[in-house]
Each structure stands twice: as structure tokens, then as C-alpha cells.
Write a protein that binds this ligand. Sequence first.
Ligand code: BDR
Ligand code: CA
Length: 312
Amino acid sequence: MKKVILDMDTGIDDALAIAYAVAKPELEILGITTVYGTAPVEYTYRNTVKVLESVGEPLPVRKGSDKPRERIREYNGKIHGMDGLGETLGELKEDGLVPSQHAVDFIIEETDRCGEDLTIVTTGPLTNLAAAIEKSPAIMKKVGKIVTMGGAVATPGNVSKFAEANIAVDPEAADIVFKSKLPVTLVGLDVTRKTLLTDKDVEKWRQLGTPTAELFASFTQFYLHEYKKLHPYLEGCALHDPLAVGVALYPDLVNTVPMHIEVDKTDEALGRTVENLHVNEDETPNTQVCFQVDAQAFMDDFFGTCHHPNFV
Ligand code: BDR
Ligand code: CA
């Protein structure tokens, strides 16, 4: 079994990634660390706990960073709704059950314990991971692999002409991660826009008829609706975060190119992931960038898992 930590801003496609990951016997999920991003961290933490309850998997969940390192995160409810899950879970209630350990300390502790056996999958802004690297660089060097949903290297961005959301929200954190020389595989819009979920897939959840399938149908319907407004040319909504889990599970799903990736900090292209060919040899490459994906194989596996009649 592959040991993983999922670091997430749960979010609609993050929730789909959780359902997919917990159903895969090949993965041992040590815990889920949460970060602000699609919504404030109080919501992304709550959403994570609720999604795990709904799929019947009581994993450790840790609350993490509540804001970017230097910037201000503003929320507009587009794509994921103001609560991150398409307004499906109702009002936020603080129930006092939040564990005291911070997400960053959980990441450091588990990396120290598991070393190269550990894969960290990130599907939100890189604020938690950057803080872990900054706090315990020697321990974090032990990590086996980091699979990051983020960036857009040869395709347009989704929050600006050039930038992808997870990188653009906290470009300084992303910068720390790329400069850390940790083994990062970048699952960006270059590949995630090729793996799509459509109305028919939502309908299949509705037909399963369980409370969990109904919940998933409801928030995914919201995501599809929002996506159509933003990307009328796409035939569905992108399975960004599930694909990152898919790549952690099955690296052969993608073809990667080793590159030296940097984060653009200029106003016009803030958060753009760019290749720099003009660096010293000992600095390059720092990232495996995914450019091709066997989209059919991934979608067959994802829907085979999440549309299965046993989907609780
Ligand atoms: C990424 O941003 C978030 O909205 C999604 O959950 C995904 O992680 C896509 O750019
Ligand atoms: Ca996400």
C-alpha cells in the first residue's frame, strides 16, 4: 500500500478526490490536512470531515493555514460556492472537536516517520507545504514524492490569462516548494482539462440513490453549472483534484517532462508557472510536468470506483 497525505482546500473536486482515494485499496491515507482556498479553512476543514463521514471513513483531519503568506484571499463563491461545497452542507457550526495539532505539524511528523515511503498529494494552495518546508527543511527532504494539482505550463490559466488558482492564490508558497528541490510532479491544467465529468455522470449518482451519492450529485451539479459559465467550450467540468490522486496511484497515466519551473510574480502574470531554461545545471530540473494523460484510462478508473453500486 502506498502511504499518502492529502493536503486539500476541500472544494468540490477535492471532495471527489477524497471519495476516489478512500475507495482505493492501494492507498493508505495517513490523514487529510486542510488549507483555505476554495473557501475559508473553517469550511474546508468542515467539508473534509463531512465528506469522510459521508463515505464512512473516519481518517485523521488536521486544520491548517487560514491565509496566503503575503496576500489577501478574497472569496466570491464562483465554481465551488461560498462554503466550498456548492452550498450543500448548510451553516457552519463550530462543534469544538477540532484537533489541536496543526496541519503543518502533522505533515512534518508523518514525513519524519515515513520518509521516502510517503507521497504528499496537494490539491489546494501550497501554504501548508511551504510552511512545513520552512519549519523543518531537513525532515521534509525525506519525503518520497509530492504530487501537486496546480499550474498551467503550456495552456491558459483559469484565474487569469496565465495562472492556475492553486498557484496564483499563494505564489510565494509555491515558489518555496519549487525552490526546495523536493521531488514535485505537477498535475496542472495541461492535463486536468482533458479529464471531464458531464451531466450524465451526475445522473448516474442520482440513480444510485444513496444519501452519499445524492450529496455528490448535488454539489457536482453546482460545479458543472459554474463551469459551463466559465468554460462554455468544454464538454464538462475538469476532474483536477481526482487526477492528482490518480497520478499518485498510477504514475504511468501521464507522460512527464522534467523542467525547471518558476513562479511568475509580475502583476500581469502573477502565479504563472513558467519554465526557466537559463539556470545553472545543478538547479535544473526541479519538477516533472505532466503534459499528456491517458484520459480514458483515468476516467474509467475514477467512474468505475465512484459510480460503483457499493458507493455508499
Ligand atoms: C484547482 O482550484 C480549485 O478550485 C480546485 O479545487 C482545484 O484544486 C483548479 O485550478
Ligand atoms: Ca482544490
